[in-house]
Write a protein of this length. Structure first.
Length: 482
């Protein structure tokens, strides 16, 4: 029976994350870039000023809402979303891309991220525009709402919108237990055992206790922990990576040359076919870019929609920054560490190191930090993966309440926390594959919604530009229900 499930899953996974899925994601990014007139390029200074720049100049960005207000701040929504996206993919995923696609895969990872910025932007614009307040006063938003009320608002599309909304929630719910929970904590347990000899069951018990204290406290507690954990873990990893990169500064120009040459196969690695080399670089670069920042999957919009912001475009710009920080900054640093450390031959693209995945990155850090390299990566994976679990707990809870109702959320949260222990002690090869599939299946209904509503996104964006950037007197487009 397990073999049958594995074969069926492999076939579905091959379709979702094969050529079809990659082309669909990339095409969506290009289309949303075009309909919004290259917003991520033409208004680069503006979105930088209104996101990371505003953290230091506008107290409303970081100010917490009142206790009786169920919304969270813009900064909290960003940190909670990044808690879910900055995970093992930023370490293991980048290493896998280099091993399978060569240094050139990193270039195509950047390309996917640049266009993915506008997919994520569009999701968040629609999320704010179509969100609703629940009976408990929390904002509820996500692909399920813009599928039901947006796509479903078109003539003759009501049933289709409702069905796609249900399917998105079902896939999200299943993915939350896999890629958002068991797969993440299994990586933590494995690395804690190898680096510090901590038994998996001990890791499981500790993580269950901490997770229960945070997750059972609701979104505001998850957001409160995330806004402290995410900046700390990102800064810790960035500093560690920069130490390695600066120690190998003389090689960095050669690293970039290897990335660009490998992207277009200007040399045939190991005597192989040039065309095949390009295909591998593009495929793995696109795959790891999509997995890392989750743009197009419709996941992070569920927490972005809980922000206290009113302007859809304002939250959309945080979506751009989220992809920028996750892939262009964190993933690039991992790539530079691996490629500058001597673990990869920059001429042929062949991996010299004995390890793979997290082990390869640990070995790269070890060239500067010695035996502390693997321990540093174990701690990084602990922080990255556990923060991912916290973020996905909200995604799954949002999908659960959409299907089963607000009052039953405690059932989901109890199940989610319990699965953390089993995730630590189980072998999860099939679980990894299944979670990849459900994670990818979220993309299909989500992108149908985003692409079908692209004229609306373009209209909201143009309205914002006229009002806020050019100062024209226009009626604001902030909500479908106001």
């Amino acid at each position: 029976m397990i073999d049958v499930i594995a074969k069926v899953n492999g076939a579905v996974n091959g379709v979702v994350w094969g050529v079809f899925g990659i082309v669909l994601l990339f095409a969506a990014g290009i289309i949303m870039t075009l309909v919004n007139k290259g917003f991520q390029f033409t208004h680069f200074a503006h979105w930088i000023k209104k996101t990371i720049g505003a953290i230091f100049t506008d107290r409303h960005i970081t100010a917490h809402t009142a206790k009786d207000n169920k919304a969270i701040s813009q900064f909290q929504s960003l940190c909670t979303a990044m808690a879910a996206t900055i995970g093992t993919g930023n370490i293991v995923g980048v290493a896998t891309a280099i091993i399978a696609g060569g240094p050139g895969a990193i270039f195509w990872m950047w390309v996917m991220a640049i266009f993915g910025m506008m997919t994520n932007y569009s999701e968040n614009v629609l999320g704010i525009y179509f969100r609703r307040k629940s009976a408990t006063g929390e904002w509820r938003g996500g692909a399920m709402y813009y599928l039901k009320d947006g796509l479903g608002g078109y003539k003759g599309m009501k049933k289709i919108g409702c069905v796609l909304a249900f399917l998105f929630c079902l896939f999200c719910l299943l993915a939350s237990f896999g890629i958002g929970n068991m797969s993440q904590v299994n990586s933590i347990a494995g690395n804690m055992t190898s680096a510090f000899s901590v038994p998996a069951w001990v890791t499981g018990i500790v993580l269950v206790i901490i997770a229960a204290l945070v997750i059972l406290g609701g979104l505001k507690r998850v957001a409160s922990v995330s806004e402290k954990l995410v900046p700390f873990m990102a800064l810790l990893y960035i500093i560690g990576a920069l130490v390695v990169i600066l120690s190998n500064a003389a090689v960095v120009p050669q690293v970039f040359a290897s990335i660009f040459k490998g992207a277009f196969a200007l040399r045939a690695a190991g005597g192989g076919l040039v065309g095949y080399g390009v295909q591998k670089a593009i495929t793995w670069g696109f795959k790891r870019g999509a997995f890392s920042n989750e743009a197009g999957l419709g996941s992070s919009v569920m927490v972005h929609s809980s922000s206290n912001v009113k302007e859809p475009v304002q939250q959309g710009m945080w979506g751009i920054f989220e992809v920028f920080a996750d892939t262009i900054i964190v993933c690039t640093l991992t790539a530079l560490v691996v490629l500058s450390s001597g673990c990869v031959d920059l001429e042929s693209g062949a991996v010299i190191a004995k390890s793979a995945g997290a082990g390869l990155v640990g070995e790269a850090f070890g060239t500067v930090f010695g035996s502390g390299g693997s321990k540093f990566i174990a701690i990084a994976i602990l922080l990255f993966a556990f923060s991912t679990t916290l973020g996905w707990s909200h995604y799954g809870a949002t999908a659960w309440q959409y299907i089963f109702g607000e009052k039953t959320q405690f059932i989901y949260k109890g199940l989610f926390v319990s699965m953390i222990f089993f995730g630590c002690i189980m072998k999860l090869d099939l679980a990894w594959d299944l979670s990849d599939t459900f994670n990818g299946l979220m993309m299909i209904p989500n992108l149908i919604g985003v692409l079908s509503l692209s004229p609306l996104v373009a209209h909201i964006t143009a309205n914002y530009i006229k009002r806020i950037i050019h100062g024209k007197d226009e009626k604001p487009m902030i909500s479908a229900f106001e």
